[in-house]
Design a protein around this ligand. Structure first.
Ligand SMILES: [Zn+2]
Length: 173
């Protein structure tokens, strides 16, 4: 978060909004440090507001992380002519992808990675929903677009469809 804020401040940029792909702590911590509207699918509001519960399940210790009490805007209130919003539940109920069509890039969060897909065994995850999201959303992405996942390297939709064996297992016949 800090390098991003330094870049914004150092280049005199203003932020139109912060777009969250889902509510997990490793994608939301730092919300209390930013100015401007934060957008999220409110199906993930509980997760986004309660990082301490997710952290304790990973570390078995009480880390000093506060719940988030600030404002969250539902993604349905966000509109931008160059950005398409896709709801792709499965990793979490509120998981979404952001497609910047003029740039040819898609931010998928923990929906689909270059070499894998997001876990579905965490709170509000659902394997059947993941399967539907892959077949109804990911398969319809432009094959030439570059996927920027929440973890790991980027790759084209086409390469991911061809080489991602975890994804292929979920594709219908
Ligand atoms: Zn996640």
């Amino acid at each position: 978060m800090e390098p991003a804020l330094e870049y914004i401040n150092g280049n005199n940029l203003s932020v139109g909004g912060y777009l969250l792909t889902h509510g997990h702590f490793d994608h939301t911590l730092g919300m209390d440090k930013v100015d401007g509207n934060i957008y999220i699918n409110l199906d993930d509001e509980f997760l986004a507001r309660n990082p301490q519960e997710q952290l304790s399940s990973f570390t078995n210790s009480e880390l000093d992380v506060q719940s988030y009490e600030g404002e969250l805007h539902d993604i349905s209130t966000f509109t931008h002519t160059d950005i398409n919003i896709y709801r792709n539940p499965g990793h979490t109920k509120g998981s979404i992808s952001y497609e910047f069509k003029n740039l040819g890039v898609i931010f998928t969060g923990d929906f689909v990675f270059a070499q894998g897909i997001g876990r579905t065994d965490l709170y509000s995850g659902d394997t059947n929903e993941m399967k539907e999201s892959i077949n109804n959303i990911f398969l319809n992405f432009d094959k030439e677009f570059e996927v920027f996942p929440g973890h790991g390297n980027t790759d084209t939709v086409n390469n991911i469809l061809n080489y991602n064996s975890y994804l292929k297992e979920f594709i219908n016949g």
